[in-house]
Design a protein around this ligand. Structure first.
Ligand SMILES: Nc1ncnc2c1ncn2[C@@H]1O[C@H](COP(=O)(O)OP(=O)(O)OP(=O)(O)O)[C@@H](O)[C@H]1O
Length: 585
C-alpha cells in the first residue's frame, strides 16, 4: 500500500539495527520475567524450610542480577530505537525539502506555506515518536507478556487457574478494533487543524505590518483564536478517546487479578496450590498490567501517527506538474532563437485563457519590449518560457527545439529572470547577489551591483556587501530591493535575460542609467523587457503590446508611435506628465 511507503523504506534501510534492538529488549524482558518466579521460590523456601543466611544472600544476588541485566539491556535497546527514530526524522525532513523543490508553482499556489511547515514539523515528529516509542513499548510489552505466560505454564500453577485468570484479556483485540479507527480519525482532524493554525500564524506574521497600519489587531487576534479553538476542540475529542482506551486496558488487567486472587485463594485454602505459586501468579498478573497499559499507549501513538504518515505519503506521492521528457536534451547556449507560434494558455482551474494566439519571433541577441495593462498576460508569457507552467506542445521553440524537449536545468540556467518583487534571502547582500554562483568573485559581485545602480547604496551601509538582510538584518527600501534582485539577475550573464517589470520601483533617472548599462552589457545577448513605462522599452528591436492575452500592436518605437494606438497614447500620457516619471524608490 502506498500509504506505508515512507515507513517501509525506513525499516528496510535500517532493519539490522531494529533487529538488534528488538533482540536486546526481548532479552531484557525475558530476564525480567524471572523476577516473580525467584520471589515465589523464595516464599516457598521460607515457608517450608525456613531461611538460612546463605539462601538470603543467594536470592538477593539473583534479584540484583535480574535488576542489573534488565536495566542494562533495556537501556541499550531503547537507545538504539530512539536513535533510529531521529534518523527517520532527519531523513524525512530532507526528503520533504527535496520534494518541495521539485513541486511546481501551481502546487504552492494551492497550498499555503504554513501547511508545508506543518508537514515538516508536526507530522514528521508525530511519526518519529511513534516509531521510537512504538518499537520500544511493543517489544517490551509483547515479550514480557509471552515470557510471563511461558513462566506461568512451566511453574506448578494449575492450567485451570491460568486459563480463567487470562480470560478477561481476550477482550483486548476487540477493544483495539473498536478504538483504533476512532483514534486515527480524530488524530487526522488534530493534525489538519494544526496545519491550519500554522498556516494562519504564518500569514498573520507575514501581514503584521498591514494589520498594524490598518489597526486591525483585534480582527487578526480573532482569526487566529478561531484556529486555536478548533485545535482545542479536536484535541479534546482525541483525548477523550485515548483516555477511555487507556483506562479500559488496565481495567481488563485488574479483572484478571481479581479472578486470580479469588480462584487462587480458594485453591490455596484447599491446599491445591502452594503459597509460593500463589505469590508468583499474583506478581505475574501485576506484571501483565504494565505491558497491557503499554500496548494501549503504543496503539494510541501508532493510530495517531498513522494519520500523519498518510499525510506525508500523500505529499511525497504528489507528482510535479512540470516534468522532464525522457528524451529531453540540454539547450545549447549559442542556440537561443525563440519562436512562439499560436500559443494560447489557460491556468489550471481558470475560466478564461490568459494568453491567446500569440506569435512572436525573437532572434538570439535581440531585445523585445513588452507593454500592456495589468493582467494582460505579460508575466504569464514569461512563466511559460521558464516552464513554470507548461505551454501546449510545439508552441514555444528555443533554438529550433520544442521547449518541452529541453532539460529543465539547462533551460533555466540559460535564462536569468528578474521579477518585479524579487525575494531576498536572510543572508548578506553579497550572497543575495551571488545567489546563482556563491563562488563568484567579489569583482563580479561589485560589477553587477554597479550595473544595477545599487553599488553606491551598498557601500554606504556600515558593513557594505556583508550587510545581512531580512529578519535579523537590514530592511531595504522597495527600490533598493528591486535593484539588488536585478544585480542577482545581471551577474548570471545568461544568454536570455527577462526583466519582468524589474525597474518599476526605481526613479526615472536611475532607470535611464540602468537601461543604458543594460544595453552595453547585453550586446549580442537576448533580452526580454516587460515594463509599464515606455522609457524602459523604447530602445528595443521590437515592442509588442498585450491586451487581454492578445498581441494588439507590434513594431519598433517609431512604428508604434506612428500607429497611433495604445502605445502612442501611453507615450503621450507619460511624456506629457513628467511628474509621474519622477516618482519611485
Ligand atoms: N496562477 C494563476 N491561476 C489563475 N489565473 C492566474 C494565475 N496567475 C495569473 N492569472 C491570471 O492571468 C491573467 C494574466 O496575469 P499576468 O500575471 O500574466 O498579468 P500581467 O500582464 O503580468 O500583469 P501585471 O502587469 O499586473 O503584472 C490575469 O487575469 C491573472 O488573474
Amino acid at each position: 500500500m502506498k500509504g506505508k511507503k515512507l515507513l517501509r523504506d525506513h525499516i528496510r534501510a535500517h532493519w539490522p539495527y531494529y533487529a538488534v534492538a528488538v533482540t536486546i529488549m526481548a532479552a531484557a524482558n525475558i530476564i525480567y520475567a524471572f523476577f516473580p518466579r525467584v520471589l515465589g521460590q523464595f516464599t516457598d523456601e521460607l515457608e517450608l524450610q525456613g531461611l538460612t543466611e546463605q539462601s538470603v544472600v543467594k536470592y538477593s544476588l539473583l534479584l540484583l542480577a535480574i535488576g542489573v541485566g534488565y536495566g542494562l539491556f533495556f537501556g541499550i535497546g531503547q537507545y538504539i530505537n530512539h536513535r533510529m527514530g531521529r534518523y527517520f526524522e532527519f531523513n524525512t525532513r530532507q526528503k520533504l525539502f527535496r520534494h518541495f523543490t521539485v513541486l511546481s508553482e501551481d502546487y504552492f499556489s494551492r497550498n499555503g506555506k504554513g501547511k508545508m511547515l506543518s508537514y515538516v514539523m508536526n507530522d514528521v515528529t508525530s511519526v518519529r515518536e511513534s516509531i521510537a516509542n512504538g518499537v520500544n513499548q511493543m517489544t517490551n510489552a509483547s515479550i514480557l507478556l509471552i515470557s510471563v505466560i511461558v513462566m506461568i505454564s512451566i511453574s506448578g500453577i494449575p492450567f485451570s487457574l491460568l486459563a480463567i485468570s487470562v480470560a478477561p484479556l481476550l477482550s483486548i483485540p476487540f477493544l483495539v478494533i473498536y478504538f483504533g479507527p476512532r483514534i486515527r480519525e480524530r488524530s487526522k482532524n488534530v493534525q489538519e487543524s494544526l496545519a491550519v493554525m500554522t498556516e494562519s500564524a504564518e500569514e498573520q506574521f507575514g501581514g503584521i505590518k498591514v494589520t498594524k497600519t490598518f489597526a486591525t489587531e483585534q480582527i487578526a487576534h480573532e482569526r487566529f483564536s478561531e484556529t486555536v479553538d478548533r485545535i482545542r476542540a479536536n484535541q479534546l475529542r482525541l483525548v477523550k478517546a485515548t483516555s477511555l482506551f487507556q483506562s479500559v486496558l488496565p481495567f481488563v488487567g485488574a479483572m484478571s487479578m481479581v479472578v486470580a486472587i479469588t480462584y487462587g485463594g480458594i485453591l490455596v485454602s484447599r491446599s491445591a496450590l502452594s503459597l509460593g505459586d500463589f505469590v508468583a501468579i499474583t506478581l505475574y498478573l501485576r506484571m501483565i498490567m504494565q505491558p497491557l497499559q503499554q500496548i494501549g499507549n503504543v496503539i494510541n501513538t501508532i493510530q495517531r501517527s498513522r494519520a500523519s504518515l498518510d499525510r506525508l505519503n500523500r505529499l511525497l506521492s504528489e507528482v510535479p506538474d512540470i516534468r522532464e521528457a525522457a528524451e529531453a536534451t540540454p539547450l545549447q547556449p549559442a542556440a537561443t532563437d525563440i519562436e512562439i507560434h499560436g500559443l494560447s494558455f489557460q491556468y489550471p482551474g481558470a475560466n478564461r485563457p490568459s494568453l491567446q494566439d500569440i506569435h512572436i519571433s525573437i532572434k538570439a541577441g535581440s531585445t523585445l519590449g513588452i507593454i500592456g495593462k495589468t493582467g494582460s498576460g505579460k508575466t504569464t508569457l514569461m512563466k511559460l518560457l521558464l516552464r513554470v507552467y507548461d505551454a501546449p506542445e510545439h508552441t514555444i521553440m528555443i533554438g529550433g527545439k520544442d521547449i518541452r524537449q529541453i532539460t529543465l536545468e539547462s533551460l533555466r540556467s540559460q535564462i536569468a529572470y528578474v521579477p518585479q518583487d524579487g525575494f531576498l534571502f536572510s543572508t548578506t547582500i553579497r550572497d543575495n547577489i551571488a545567489f546563482y554562483d556563491r563562488k563568484a568573485s567579489m569583482e563580479r559581485v561589485e560589477e553587477a551591483a554597479k550595473h544595477a545602480e545599487i553599488y553606491e547604496n551598498i557601500v554606504g551601509f556600515p558593513k557594505g556587501f556583508e550587510t545581512r538582510l531580512g529578519e535579523r538584518g537590514l530592511t531595504l527600501s522597495g527600490g533598493q530591493r528591486q535593484r539588488t534582485s536585478l544585480a542577482r539577475g545581471m551577474i548570471k550573464n545568461a544568454p536570455i535575460l527577462i526583466m519582468d517589470d524589474s525597474v518599476s520601483a526605481v526613479d526615472a533617472v536611475t532607470e535611464t542609467k540602468i537601461i543604458s548599462n543594460l544595453k552595453k552589457l547585453r550586446q549580442g545577448k537576448t533580452t526580454l523587457l516587460i515594463a509599464h513605462r515606455i522609457s524602459a522599452v523604447k530602445h528595443a528591436d521590437e515592442i509588442i503590446v498585450l491586451d487581454d492575452g492578445r498581441i494588439t500592436e507590434r513594431g519598433t518605437h517609431e512604428e508604434l508611435l506612428r500607429l497611433g494606438g495604445y502605445y502612442a497614447s501611453l507615450h503621450s500620457i507619460q511624456e506629457g506628465d513628467d511628474s509621474i516619471e519622477q516618482q519611485g524608490g
